[in-house]
Ligand binder design. Sequence first.
Ligand SMILES: Nc1ncnc2c1ncn2[C@@H]1O[C@H](COP(=O)(O)OP(=O)(O)O)[C@@H](O)[C@H]1O
Ligand SMILES: [Mg+2]
Length: 477
Amino acid sequence: MEIDEARSLARALQQLVQQAHTLIDESRPTPEVVARVTGHVGCPLKDLVCVTQTFRNWEHASLQRGVDAYLEAHGEADWFGVSGHGREHNDTMDILSTAHRGFESFEIGAVDYATTAVGPDETMEVVTFGLVLTSAPDGSPIVVSLRGPAEMFRREGCRMEVIAASRATATAAREEIERLMRRHDALRGQILTFGVSEHRGNSLVTFLPRPSLDPEQVILPDGVLETIERHVVGIGRHAEALLARGQHLKRGLLLHGPPGTGKTHTVRYLMGRLPDVTVVVMAGTAMRFISEAAALARRLQPAIVVVEDVDLVAHDRRFSDEGSPLLFTLFDAMDGIGADADVTFVLTTNRAEMLEQALSNRPGRVDLAVEVPRPDARCRAALLRLYGGDLLPEVDLEPLVARTEGMTASFFKELLRRAVLVGLAADGSRPARLSAGHVADALEEMLRGQEALTRTLLGAPQPSSRVTNGADGLLPE
Ligand SMILES: Nc1ncnc2c1ncn2[C@@H]1O[C@H](COP(=O)(O)OP(=O)(O)O)[C@@H](O)[C@H]1O
Ligand SMILES: [Mg+2]
């Protein structure tokens, strides 16, 4: 065969194949999933624009609420899903173009839902994979898709896609959904704590019930609770007037004192006093989420960020950026919030001296430091009454108060429980009253040598430790 003949044969064959392709392409029906999207938006696949926005795992409920509110206002057709191999690994535009080219069969399928918490004992259903036809604020047709976090596929975060005929249209819809999302934020007014899920280390937020304590249940020296309350609650209450007078709202409170004296207890009291305030509680290694926590607090203000036992992780470098101690990450997070934000940082510590240097090197982060001391005689009597309740009406508290010098509040709570046990053992039935003997026996038991560790764990001083109010004499030799 002549070379020219071979060339023209090749060319002819090429054309034939191309024509066959075109014919097949045109004769193959557009997959329904593609048709539903392009048909609604009203333009061919190649002209679609997709705007994507991602959110953290814990925003899923808020995102769903934002989309729901949007659909309510702008009208919707039903949600639909996509079935087919590999859909989890593709974004919507990938799915559509793969389906269009006939490479994979993606079909219209069921919507995937999951439940997510929106309160300590409340959940809502959220779309984890689904699309919905609706219209943009300007009335032109759009498609919104939602994806949730998928641990199975190692995907963190939620994703929203808005598909439209123009970028301006898609962006306008995205902005409106985000605005509604913030208005219907599921985290606002909640008590939240950061953690890491057991599976694959996904970050998550847990809701805690709001405690409710009377001031009478918080036994502190005169004026201490009032000072704390004025700083945290008072500034918030007068936020507008303070701002109008050029005063800042952001505040930092440090509660320090021996373990078991009521620092956490006081924080719980504050939470109850501020029923509408968002609280983010950070403890232990969850502290690595402090920047996220601060961002949440700023967005959901009025808010409180509680950093529990800050001394325990302050110098940990493992989780912070650039290997700097977590304490500096905390300071940066505190600095990152504007002075006019109604955000309180409450730090608690058993070892203020560990923080003193760092705090004084970077002044202004903590504007009130309050010592939560071991209870004095008046407070010890009050603690006996508080935890003894109705069980101690006829008991002379004086000797018990004297015997318990140096003990912390949590010691009294345990003491009264033991006294009830002693009473039960003695009487065999439920004692309606405790005698002085019951409490004294329980106290002796707790002060005995074998219970040294118990005492330490309840915050009582060791014989060797120097305690200002001279509790040493209390402890057995
Ligand atoms: N000042 C207090 N008044 C009343 N109860 C207290 C007080 N301090 C501690 N308690 C009791 O002891 C428990 C442990 O105290 P907590 O506040 O956790 O101590 P810490 O100072 O180590 O944070 C509290 O849950 C509470 O029941
Ligand atoms: Mg505590």
